[in-house]
Design a binder for this molecule. Structure first.
Ligand code: N1C
Length: 238
């Protein structure tokens, strides 16, 4: 079965100079569609246009996540029940794992996530230009171009979550369920008990140290989710 998803390691992902952001995005989009025949209904030129309208001509600190609604609505993406992997503060470990185990899929294995992964972009007020340098960083302002994109894409990914959902969290930090993370502020809040059966936390720990499944932040996570949803947690050494 073709599932409309690809693992990023199998496709090239060059990094762009400011003139070639459009080319990078269209090339990645086309490469994704090549590898994932079920996403062939997507039109990369249309995706670029919907993406661009979100931020071109805008103050890069004043792009709300809703600016990416047209992009999200343009992309055709099949939901993949039981195999969705969310993560927080474990980007590298989570993707190393999904590369080896073809069964789990992160947002970066979907078209939009794959296309925008590791890119920086922004516009400027009263300009038609697209920039890839000098853009505000993740924490410089709340509604920055890149952060709002990940918030919106993460919201769509969580909205689509169904069946048994997995979250890989970092057991080597003080607060594995970080209240300011995209996972806590956007994704968990969108989990729908009508579609999701269970949430399994995989707490990645260093051998015999760090936090355990009894961690207070994980108790907070349990309180946040609908009680109809089954919850379990397993500490796994890295
Ligand atoms: O804030 P986080 O982790 O909890 O966000 C991770 C969470 C995942 O489940 C993803 O679905 O939110 C989604 N997501 C991405 O897919 C993503 N790709 C790249 C959120 N952020 C993403 N990034 C970058 O990671 C983003 O540009 C920012 O720098 C980090 C946030 O990751 P985090 O704090 O470890």
């Amino acid at each position: 079965i073709s599932l409309g998803v690809a693992h990023s390691h199998v496709l090239s992902s060059s990094s762009p100079s400011s003139e070639s952001l459009k080319k990078t995005i269209i090339d990645r989009c086309e490469a994704f569609i090549q590898k994932n025949k079920s996403s062939s209904a997507n039109n990369c030129q249309k995706i670029w246009s919907a993406f661009e309208q979100a931020f071109v001509g805008r103050d890069p600190c004043n792009v709300p996540m809703e600016a990416y609604d047209p992009l999200i609505h343009t992309v055709i993406q099949d939901p993949v029940c039981n195999r969705m992997l969310f993560w927080s503060k474990t980007k590298k470990i989570a993707h190393d794992f999904t590369e080896k185990r073809d069964c789990f899929l992160t947002l970066e294995d979907t078209l939009v996530g794959f296309v925008m992964n590791e890119l920086t972009w922004c516009g400027k007020e009263e300009s038609n230009e697209t920039f890839t340098t000098g853009c505000p960083g993740w924490t410089d302002c709340v509604n920055n171009t890149v952060r709002s994109f990940w918030n919106r894409a993460s919201a769509a990914f969580a909205d689509a979550a169904c069946g048994d959902v997995t979250a890989m969290l970092n057991g080597s930090i003080a607060t594995p369920f970080s209240p300011t993370s995209v996972f806590a502020t956007i994704e968990v809040k969108r989990f729908k008990a009508a579609k999701i059966k269970s949430l399994s936390v995989v707490l990645v720990t260093k051998e015999n140290e760090g936090t355990t499944c009894d961690d207070p932040s994980l108790q907070d996570l349990q309180k946040e989710i609908d009680p109809k949803l089954k919850y379990n947690c397993k500490a796994v050494p890295e």
